[in-house]
Design a binder for this molecule. Structure first.
Ligand code: SME
Length: 161
């Protein structure tokens, strides 16, 4: 059993430091990317408030394929360059979307989603996956969330592909 001391009632900096430490502990020494994505999506789902979806899409040839996640069943394949996730994968840029309805080509997997944060996962200089977080709240994700999730992903990227 894993029991992490992480409270959602703390500053974003402390929350993300704790989450990153926990994500490292979960993935260190484990080479299986699917197992690591499963545990990290569960970790984020447990400790980050106001999410309705949290998980990974993996880059497979010219498309993204659904990976481990928490939340409702979701679109399985997304073309690179399409939607928020495909844009993050194509550009290797974080996509922090305050209003998904205003994002051209947004793919609605869960009608409850109002805002979204997608972080590319890079290994050996190429995008191997994206971390996708959805919220039912408009403008849910702050610059601190973007920085915190980017650092978390970078810390464990070697174990994600
Ligand atoms: N909204 C995403 C699709 C994935 S779901 O949110 C889980 C997109 O536009 O790429």
């Amino acid at each position: 059993m894993y029991d992490f001391s992480i409270s959602a009632d703390q500053s974003p900096d402390i929350l993300y430091d704790d989450l990153t430490t926990a994500a490292r502990a979960l993935t260190d020494g484990e080479p299986d990317a699917i197992a690591n994505m499963a545990n990290v999506s569960a970790l984020i789902w447990q400790y980050v408030p106001d999410l309705n979806w949290a998980g990974f899409y993996r880059v497979m040839e010219d498309e993204l394929v659904l990976g481990p996640f928490q939340g409702k069943s979701a679109c399985i394949r997304i073309a690179i360059g399409k939607g928020v996730c495909g844009t993050a994968a194509a550009t290797n840029q974080v996509q922090r979307v305050a209003d998904v309805h205003a994002f051209p080509g947004h793919i609605a997997c869960d009608a409850d989603s109002r805002s979204e944060l997608v972080v590319p996962v890079c290994k050996d200089g190429r995008v191997i996956a994206v971390l996708d977080l959805d919220s039912p709240l408009p403008d849910r994700f702050t610059a601190a969330d973007e920085t915190g999730m980017t650092n978390l992903v970078a810390a464990i990227a070697n174990g994600l592909g």
